[in-house]
Every structure is written in structure tokens, then in C-alpha cells.
Design a protein around this ligand. Sequence first.
Ligand code: SAH
Length: 456
Amino acid sequence: MVILGEKYKINIEDMGHNGEGIGRVDGFTVFIDGGIPGDYVLAEISTLKKNYAVGEIKEILDESEDRIDPLCSVASICGGCQIMHMDYAAQLKIKEKRVRENLQRIGKINTIVHPTIGMHNPYEYRNKAQFPVGVIDGKAIMGFYKRGSHDIVQTDNCNIQSPINTEVIESVRKYIDDNRISVYNEKTRKGLIRHVVTKIGFTTGEVMVVVITNGKKLPNQDELIELLKSKITGLKSVIHNVNDKNTNVIFGNETKTIYGVDKIVDYIGDLKFNISAHSFYQVNPIQTEVLYGKAMEYANLSGTENVFDIYCGIGTISLFVAKKAKRVWGVEVIKSAIEDAKENAKANNVKNADFYVGKAEVVIPKLYKEGKAADVVIVDPPRKGCEQSVLETIVSMNPKRVVYVSCNPATLARDLAYLEENGFTTKEVQPVDMFPHTAHVETVVLMSRVKVNTMF
Ligand code: SAH
């Protein structure tokens, strides 16, 4: 029996999908934030539900051999990273284990899961900072939100961000303080500066700074521009966006370029991308190249294939595919992403890619009915995985190969199980660490058609 408010000595045996430690008291599951497998802790039960409890560490009685001092001084409270207190090699191992166990438990799939491909330097990998602005003791602060709250954790030097982002944040803070500009308060809905977003082209060094305000004017904006110009070598673009709505959405509808260009440029491999303030772009470009490289290897294209890229975003994968295939059809629900995809195709002189906007579960069956059948299908769905009608259409289409890129091992396992029951077999499973020190895990899977459809 577990009692609320009681303290228990608990072995942390596993890690949950939010990076929390998992242990047991008399067989009853207890989630313990900050605990890692191998820790032996004294924890107080702070929440008790029917099937599980949540415990808070009061003392670490015996440390896991994977426990390290995190580089970042606010790692234990900041919501940006969840497992920075775990040795990086151990992080990679636990991600591999999570993928394997999900495939076995949910999908009943027993196959080799390759070791997670990690980063040589798992720090300073983010090309985009997106920080809310707050105030403490009359001074502006910026940083990630505290775990499970909207309190901002002041982060002077975020170790997963590019150091350029940190410099930008410092300059904007100085501008706010020197000019005594007010900062937005979510509760009262008063105050001006809401968010600061920084984007960097890692290969080009180009920098974009976006300031989002609750109000139409950015006072003394020339001072901000001059300050940024003097501090940030690659500064190419400063954008002012207005968002006066009561919402968690960061961007509002009004966007004005107040210095330089509307879009910065970056490359993934030899593909060029134009990045606007709004457009989606992978935040870890180094591992993106690794991930897409794996997806391309699994797709194994010879130049004769028709390929579907389902959930294509701004067409990143589609453009890689286009160079190696006869034709690629990209499908994506966000209209502006499809506009970017078309523009990116043009910028790269790609002529054999077509993009369709709409829900994949509607568009894919429709395109198939119109006669578009792919030899190879690539899917890269959001966390909830593929819709049933997408999977059913893939089965009817009967492609040679399916390459599944997933950000959620649980829905991946569910979808692979369906495809396994319907003529495909899982050949390769490769986790890739896109977000070191966080609990996220990305996986690329190759499935092959078991045999040619002989029903006709
Ligand atoms: N393949 C892209 C993006 C993958 S993220 C890349 O590598 O960059 C998943 C994408 O699926 C997002 O762009 C999201 O907008 C899109 N999406 C979510 N639900 C969808 C649906 N029902 N139909 C089509 N696209 C969807």
C-alpha cells in the first residue's frame, strides 16, 4: 500500500517518456522526476492515483553510475532539458531501449534496434531560440518555462542553444532595460514585449531576430537594431511581429521587417532553404542531415520510383527524394508549409516534386483513387502517428518499401504492427538523437513488402 505524504526508499528502474524516473513500491508504479535508472532514492509521495503515484526526491541515497553534474546550472528546474543529469552515452542507450520495448510491448515486433546515433558534441545544437520575456526585480529575463508551469527560468547561458542565440538574448535584454520598455504579463495582459525568437542558418551564419509585442509600436527600434548590428556578426534580419491576442500561440498576424531581409538562408546537405519568421524548420540541422540520410538509405532509390512523402512539412525530405527518384508527391496539412515547400523546390531547381495541401487521411486515399500509386512511401507523422485510412491506403498501394520516420515510439509500434499484419515486415530500426538532454527520441524504420500482391 502506498500512502500519500509518506516517504519510501525506491530503486529507480526505468525512465518514462517525459524523462521521469520510474520505480516501484510493493509493485505499485511511482514516477519520480529527476530520478534516473540506477538511483536509489528517498521519495515522498505527492500524488496518488488509482494506477500510479508521483514521488518527489527528498534524498538520493545511492547515485546511479550514469548520474553526472549537468553543465547547466538551472537544469533541474528548467523545462527545456529533462535528462541533462544523465551521462550522454547512457541517454543514447535508454532511448534505444525505449524504442525496443515499445516495439515489443505494443507492436509485438521483435527486431534488431540499432544503437541510437548521437551527436559528437551534444551541446549548442539548437538553431532556434524561442523565449518568453518576463521580469524579475525590475529587470527583463528570458528563458524556457519552468517544468509544468509558465514561470520563466532565467537562462544566462543555455547549453543546448547556439552561443549566438545567447548573445541575441543578452542584447534584447539590454535594449529592454536601457529603454525601460514594459514586458508582457500573461495574467494582466498588460505590457509590451512578449517573446523573442532567434533563428540561425548554421551553414551560412545568417541570423534573424524576431521581437513579438502586445501592441503596434516597438519604441526606439533603431536603438535595438544598432545594438544587434554591433553585437551579432551575421545579423541579416530583424522582424517585428504584433500579437495582441490572449493566447499561448507565439506569433500574431502582423509581421514587419524592420531591418534587412524577410528570409534567411540555410543549407541541409546541398539543399537550400529560405527561412521566414513563421516557417517551420528543423531545430537541429546537424542531426537532421543524419536522420534524412538514414531515411534516404532505407528508401534505396534508383531514379525510377514514384514516392509519397506523407506529412512532408516544408518538403525537406521530398527535395532529397526528388534528386534520386522519378517523381515525389508531398502531402501536408499546413497551407503555408506547402507554399514554402513549393518555393524551396524552385530555389533548388527541383521539377519532379508535387505538393498537396490537406489532411493526409483525406488526400492520400483521393490521390490513390486518381491513380497515384507509389513504389516507396515515406511517412513522418506527428506524435499521434498515422491515421488508419493512410495506413489502409498504403497497404492497398502495396509499395516495395515503407520508410517510417517517427517522433513517438508508442504510435510507431502501433502503426508498424498494422503494417506487419498486412503484408509488410520490419527490416531496420534506427533511433537518432535529434534533441540531446531531452526525453525526445526520433526513429527511422525500414519496412519491406513481404511478397508481391498475387490476388489478381
Ligand atoms: N517531414 C517534415 C515534417 C514532419 S513533422 C520534416 O521532416 O520537416 C509532421 C508534419 O505533419 C507537420 O508538418 C504537421 O503539420 C503535419 N501534419 C499533422 N497532421 C497532419 C495530417 N492529418 N495530414 C497531413 N499533415 C499533417
